[in-house]
Design a protein around this ligand. Structure first.
Ligand code: GTP
Ligand code: ZN
Length: 306
């Protein structure tokens, strides 16, 4: 039967079958992963074929359909390994906030670079709008302006009061969206506001995760009541920047992309080369200094977490 993977622990996969029933599936033997070294050959959002075992208790995934796209992160404990967080995504949302605790530019930019690297459209959701004074709002709008100019849509909401949540629903409707954010930004509150049954879902998780007691839950796909799917990434607070050649990094900063052919040296990496148009653009205020700092930080492989 054909089905959609909606949850995974790395050893167990929950699959929503074509018959609308959910199956607990496993993989038998080795699975072709097309050159991706990963702890989970199959990810949430994947379309698969599976066969129900004679005992009717479990099922075996037999085939993985080609992915339209996917997003990957470095595994925290296994140095060379990577995790596929989600596949077949329409877009990625990063929930951020400038209030308790504020999200740093570095955190935002690393997320955006990852989304660019995998060609997944990214949107920033600024939460906790209700906490802002007029002055605070000015700072917020300045942040938003930076990212909107580059081409990233920004939305300001309050998951707590529900302010502007309707415009968010419009964006999510009938799409598959990966949602991410560091601890405390209000991602759970936001999901609960979008999916009122999400509280039920929590009970469901603990029940199901018995199957994966010693593994991590990578991600979970939820149905949005107004149409569309949301992929939550519990325990995944940050997407690492994976497998980007230093020489290529600037391609994943859209505001740098258009200027790349104009540096004096064709192999310019925009650090301290003479005749570098990226550095000139930073100095002229055309490229935001915080974005250039993030570029340097990623280039130097620094992990300046919040
Ligand atoms: N004022 C205000 N507080 C909010 C808003 N959204 C969430 N919060 C609060 O922020 C805190 C963190 O919210 P959570 O939804 O638990 O945050 P999270 O991002 O899921 O983080 P974890 O709980 O660590 O997983 C809670 O005290 C929420 O009540 C908001 O829009 N406005
Ligand atoms: Zn340059």
């Amino acid at each position: 039967m054909r089905g959609l993977v909606t949850k995974s622990t790395g050893s167990w996969y929950q699959v929503l079958g074509a018959d609308n029933a959910r199956y607990d599936c496993r993989i038998k033997g080795k699975f072709r992963t097309h050159g991706i070294k990963t702890t989970n050959p199959i990810a949430v959002g994947d379309w698969v074929n599976f066969e129900v075992e004679p005992d009717q208790e479990s099922a075996i995934i037999t085939k993985l359909e080609p992915r339209r796209n996917y997003i990957i992160r470095k595994s925290v404990n296994l140095s060379k390994q990577t995790q596929i967080i989600g596949a077949n995504l329409d877009q990625a949302f990063l929930v951020v906030t400038l209030a308790s605790p504020p999200t740093s530019f570095g955190f935002i930019d690393r997320f955006l670079v990852t989304a660019e690297a995998y060609s997944i459209p990214a949107t920033l959701i600024f939460n906790k709008l209700d906490l802002f004074s007029d002055e605070g709002l000015e700072v917020l709008r300045a942040y938003e302006h930076i990212y909107e100019q580059i081409g990233y849509p920004c939305y300001e909401v309050s998951a707590l009061t529900g302010k502007n949540m309707d415009s968010l629903k419009e964006l999510l409707k009938d799409k598959t969206t990966l949602i991410s954010g560091h601890s405390g930004v209000g991602k759970s509150t936001l999901i609960n506001s979008l999916i009122p049954e999400a509280a039920l879902r929590t009970g469901d998780i603990s029940d199901w995760s018995d199957k994966g007691k010693h593994t991590t839950t990578f991600a979970e796909m939820m149905d949005l009541p107004f149409g569309g799917k949301l992929i939550d990434t519990p325990g995944i607070r940050e997407l690492g920047v994976v497998d980007i050649e230093k020489q290529e990094l600037s391609h994943f900063f859209p505001e740098m992309r258009s200027k790349l052919n104009t540096c004096r040296f064709h192999n310019c990496v925009h650090i301290n080369e003479p005749g570098c148009t990226i550095i000139e653009a930073v100095e002229a205020g055309e490229i935001e200094p915080s974005r250039y700092e993030s570029y340097l930080s990623i280039y130097n492989n620094e992990n300046n977490r919040r």
